[in-house]
Write a protein that binds this ligand. Sequence first.
Ligand code: SF4
Length: 689
Amino acid sequence: MSTTHTTCPYCGVGCGVLATPQPGGSVQIAGDPDHLANFGRLCSKGSALGETLSLDGRLLHPEIADHRVTWEQALDHVANGFMSAIREHGPQSVAIYGSGQLLTEDYYVANKLMKGFIGSGNIDTNSRLCMASSVAGHKRAFGSDTVPGNYEDLEQADLIVLVGSNLGWCHPVLYQRIVAARTARPGMKVVLVDPRRTVSADIAELHLPISPDGDSALFVGLLAYLDHLGVTDSNYISAYTKGFEAALLTAEDWTVERVAAATGLSPLSITRFYDLFARTKKVVTVYSQGVNQSASGTDKVNAIINCHLAMGRLGKPGMGPFSVTGQPNAMGGREVGGLANMLAAHMDFTPEAIDRVSRFWNAPAIAQAPGFKAVDLFAAMTRGEIKAVWIMATNPVDSMPEADAVRAALKACPLVVVSDMNRHTDTMDLAHVRLPAAGWGEKDGTVTNSERRISRQRPFLALPGEARPDWWIIKEVAHRLGHAAAFDYGGPGEIFAEHAALSAFENHGTRDFDLSGLVGADYDSLAPTQWPVRAKPAARLFGDGKFFTPDGKARFLPIQPPPPFAPVPGSFILNTGRVRDHWHTMTRTGKAARLSAHMAEPFVEIHPADADALGIRRASLVRLSNRHGSALVRALITDRQQRGHLFAPMHWTDQFASNGRIDALVSAKVDPVSSQPALKMAQAHAEPI
Ligand code: SF4
């Protein structure tokens, strides 16, 4: 049987996968030894991919109002619904809500349709829940949304600082690479900054169980400490950056004692961390959702980047700030402009970029301004401003904050279209029109991982029933909206070629995202490739100290940490996150029995003393509740949890467990810069049942 080289559909590590269909219909899965993300490794989720390919639960035919219809009828219905909403209420009355599970080609066509031809900025995605604060932090510091590092940097570093990242469970292959590097070089050190003692603490010399949202204070204090020690790199600061003095002025009062008060950490452990950071040259700071999913997420990102800029530790082997993306293609979505505040190819809504992109697309009605971002989008729906929404490959009824309110918003929306693989999800169940989308193993396109590496996802299974790729579905609706010429695509290769050409169009080295070296490349044989891919290959990003700000200098940001978090008396701090063997709302991993065996039910981790005080026994049922909602979960009593803190995973949905939706308890508070919701933390009461 022939083997297909493809890419894992789960996390942002983006591992290469070899898929070999077997005579009996099963598919053998192995890690791709030649893929530079994983060198043959796979985690538990990746290695169980072959067990998730059954057609059980698949949506195989288009439906309108619960009745099977033809594709013609479904596509006409969607186009007519969108057209009449636009005619009666204007282009801002329609929206697309997409996903980091879409392939770049799907994303490109959806973004082009909404921004270029419908003329609205209303396309946002679940990447807003994942990476928006990193995007905003990168742009403030570098003038571009650029992750500066490579995975090899993690192996070459002498100190890795994991901030708000349980890499051991959430990016397991990257974690395995660090473990292997540490075994080879025992001097390599790891510091974990996380309120919970997660499995990632197992490789850490130092675990800092920080208070919620204490990260900015920790890194602002570090900047002041480095300056007091006199170890900052003044040559680098003066040659390649701006704003150091202002950032320092804000930081200078942040003594170790003040940081201790703001973070709940001991002065001794803070000093240990600061000294390690100060005296180790090769430092990589890895951060993820504990940083991003916060009401001060963008400031946290810039507080981290400030420290790397101050030491000149960026754009060099084994050092730099490193945001690891949660989703398989959050990065690819950002590349095409698939966020409501971005236009296309890493260009914003500036007059110059609007003109450039409208000429490239030949799109006279191009949107002139950003649209609704995720939380605002569903709020606008609640107010009746959105008349038609198209949700693609995501399940916001479970994954959005205040998830019950999102469910109510969708119930009130006159036209809800959902494209997905599954006939039943909590979101699909509210759809007026159901469109059967192709899934992993059937789809053809590209994804970009956390180190900016573009890899092909290739099909090795036939399309089941009447399922179709997302790009095809969007293209067909675009044709019916009167835009056939602009959406005359014969396949994903043509879309990728246009995407690459747009990235190169009038790009005079002023934009980071540049695929000019891939224009005309053979799509079918495209090897995993890190961008930028310029016609004339450039040196390592930022290695020359040149950034994408107007004057080419990186920016320090003066960061004012938020006041210490004060929980409501009598309630717990509820930390949310993931487990090792499930992915998002379990629509794929829920099919593999061995993955569900790891953690079979929704649960809450609680400290033994707190459990005792509340009369909660091991494995008993616990109700978590607050003014937004409630969830019923199983007690997991563990001293990995701090007193007064709880942890509950976000995976379970009404489909898999009655009343287990944790995001129903999270408030819709957002970061003021990035509009990323503060999904990491809620406050909740716990009571035994
Ligand atoms: Fe897939 Fe991520 Fe596991 Fe790699 S680490 S196999 S990309 S889930």
